[in-house]
Design a protein around this ligand. Structure first.
Ligand SMILES: [Zn+2]
Length: 314
């Protein structure tokens, strides 16, 4: 379905070798290494990473070491840990520290929180894993695939969110895309990435920024309305007026509909669409608009089935 090869702009990436259709599953894989951070007192995870790594077959060790690594670890920290724990010194310390540094950098760059249905990398989650194919996919803020994690089966799934032509690069988003470009730019700095997607540098950038700023605000407004709390799970847009409130379900329905329209306009119909249509169907009163309700509910179940493998029922 795809091959890994070099692209002029992005270095190595995944490219479609056959026509891919919306809903096609491109990747479903288990982590090559997974760690549990529970009861970790700081640096111990590096030792467990090293142990897991040495348990891999030679072939998998090579594959792991070949993964991209953009986040550097503090070599000093690793040196002092190795010295403290094993009393290593001199040349041996240097060799082991460099080797651990590479394993840890690969880990930090690529690990994914193993929590169902979440989007984005989750630092500090109890269970995280590194996968072999998933990190090979380059970032776009207008990705053509979406990904989710199944914490029961401990797998990651990558699914097409639109049709992809032969030869086209397969892309994914590393960050929260419901943000204007200056915020995304800052978020991508940790990957040393400068995104050149059409939302970041295309002709429609200004409109896209407005749309995504609005998506961000709407998410915050819904959070406050539905949870009755200003303690947002995510960061609040800086210029959201403090008195901006959704007053009733009628207003919420209008805004839920606007939210879905904005997702469509921005081509963000991945896992985000599940949340969008779920909210929309929740605010359409079936007694007033049964057809509208059915349509939104059908979309919600369809996206859930495609991206999360939840059976859609009827
Ligand atoms: Zn971009």
């Amino acid at each position: 379905m795809f091959e890994i090869r070099s692209s002029p702009e992005n270095g190595k990436g995944l490219f479609a070798t056959q026509a891919i259709t919306l809903g096609d599953r491109l990747i479903q894989e288990k982590p090559i290494i997974s760690l549990n951070y529970e009861e970790d007192d700081g640096e111990e995870w590096m030792y467990r990473l090293y142990k897991e790594f040495t348990n891999l077959s030679r072939e998998d060790q090579v594959k792991y070491r070949n993964l991209p690594h953009k986040l550097e670890h503090s070599l000093d920290k690793i040196r002092s840990y190795l010295h403290r724990r094993y009393g290593l010194k001199g040349e041996v310390l240097e060799i082991v520290a460099k080797s651990w540094n590479k394993l840890a950098s690969i880990w930090s760059t690529n690990n994914v929180g193993l929590v169902t249905g979440r989007i984005g990398l989750l630092d500090g989650q109890e269970h995280t894993g590194v996968f072999l194919t998933h990190p090979r996919i380059n970032h776009s803020c207008v990705p053509n695939t979406t990904w989710s994690v199944d914490d029961v089966r401990k797998t990651i799934k990558v699914t097409a969110i639109r049709d992809i032509a032969v030869g086209e690069e397969i892309t994914i988003s590393y960050i929260n895309t419901e943000r204007p470009s200056h915020i995304r730019k800052a978020d991508l700095e940790r990957y040393s990435l400068e995104c050149l997607c059409k939302a970041c540098s295309g002709l429609g950038k200004d409109i896209s920024d407005q749309n995504r700023q609005r998506l961000w605000e709407l998410k915050a407004m819904f959070w406050i309305y539905e949870e009755g709390s200003e303690d947002l799970q995510e960061d609040l847009p800086a210029d959201l007026p403090a008195d901006r409130r959704i007053n009733d379900n009628e207003e919420a329905l209008k805004l839920a509909s606007e939210f879905v329209d904005l997702l469509k306009a921005e081509g963000l119909l991945g896992v985000e669409a599940i949340h969008g249509y779920n909210r929309l169907k929740d605010y359409i009163p079936p007694a007033d608009d049964y057809e509208g309700y059915k349509k939104a509910n059908r979309q919600f179940m369809e996206y859930r089935r495609m991206f999360l493998d939840v059976p859609s029922g009827n």
